[in-house]
Design a protein around this ligand. Structure first.
Ligand code: HPA
Length: 273
């Protein structure tokens, strides 16, 4: 198999030949948040299954597509159907799209996910701006030989989620009267939801929302020097807090319910980015 840089260049070459847009902003759409891509104007969609070397997604309801289109006159890349670690992929595969973004010229990444709320003040349907994260994958996409041309060996994670973006996004949410929170996101490999004991532990550690994605992509984005805005859609309350057992249906139902306010918020954020 060719090395990662060669594979990335082949993948990006394939995509470039199909598109005429030059986005500098990208968004990764989490569970149930895919419909945002349908709102893009003058869109060209590239199926990830057609892209050489791109990992295949196996999860129901996750059609893998890179959608290039416009919002408020700005070129955007939307990644629909992310590849998850719990599907059995390596960290390199999980972050492949973000690596491609570097070669596509992306400078700002909005990363979204569905997450369980652990903060007792949160309600399902809230949108949470991620201020920092706790990496409970016990793995890191930068482990191994460093690609010096892409970023440093030991990247600083102080400004992991861009503070100016959070302030700007919060002001927009206030104007749009969309209920938002700020908080710390924690993710683990999944695919099991957390046990009651894990929820208690995470709460004690200061975690506000928990999920199974996002952190690997953010690590790679920061390695490449991209500015990151992270938004969790709180689709349910965590195990033991929620009165009912957790299910993927509840997650997609809530994400579907907030679809409109999520889309309005994101498109206004993009306008100001
Ligand atoms: N835990 C982990 N991942 C999730 C949850 C949760 O409660 N809800 C949506 N994704």
């Amino acid at each position: 198999m060719p090395d990662l840089l060669t594979r990335l260049q082949e993948s990006v070459g394939f995509v470039r030949a199909k598109i005429s847009l030059n986005p500098v902003i990208a968004i990764i759409l989490g569970s149930g948040l895919g419909p945002f891509a349908d709102a893009l104007e003058k869109a060209t969609s590239v199926r990830t299954s057609d892209i050489p070397h791109y990992p295949r997604s196996t999860v129901e309801g996750h059609s893998g597509e890179l959608v290039f289109g416009k919002i408020h006159g700005k070129d955007i890349l939307a990644v629909k159907g992310r590849v998850h670690y719990y599907e059995g992929y390596s960290m390199e595969q999980v972050t492949y799209a973000v690596r491609m973004m570097h070669f596509l010229g992306i400078r700002s990444l909005i990363v979204t996910n569905a997450a369980g709320g652990l903060n007792p003040r949160f309600s399902p349907g809230d949108l949470m701006f991620i201020t920092s994260h706790l990496n409970y994958f016990f793995d890191n996409p930068l482990r191994g030989i460093n690609l010096d041309s892409l970023g440093p060996r030991f990247p600083d994670m102080e400004e992991d989620y861009d503070r100016a973006y959070i302030d700007m996004a919060e002001a927009i949410a206030l104007e749009l009267k969309v209920r938002t929170q700020r908080g710390v996101y924690c993710a683990h490999s999944g695919p099991t939801y957390e046990t009651k004991s894990e929820v208690k532990m995470f709460q004690k550690m200061g975690v506000d929302a928990v999920g199974m994605s996002t952190i690997p992509e953010v690590i790679v984005a920061r390695h490449q020097g991209m500015r990151v805005l992270g938004i969790s859609c709180i689709t349910n309350l965590g195990t033991g807090i929620s009165a009912t057992p957790l299910s993927h249906e509840e997650v997609t139902e809530t994400a579907n319910r907030v679809k409109e306010s999520f889309q309005n918020l994101i498109s206004e954020i993009i306008r100001k980015m």
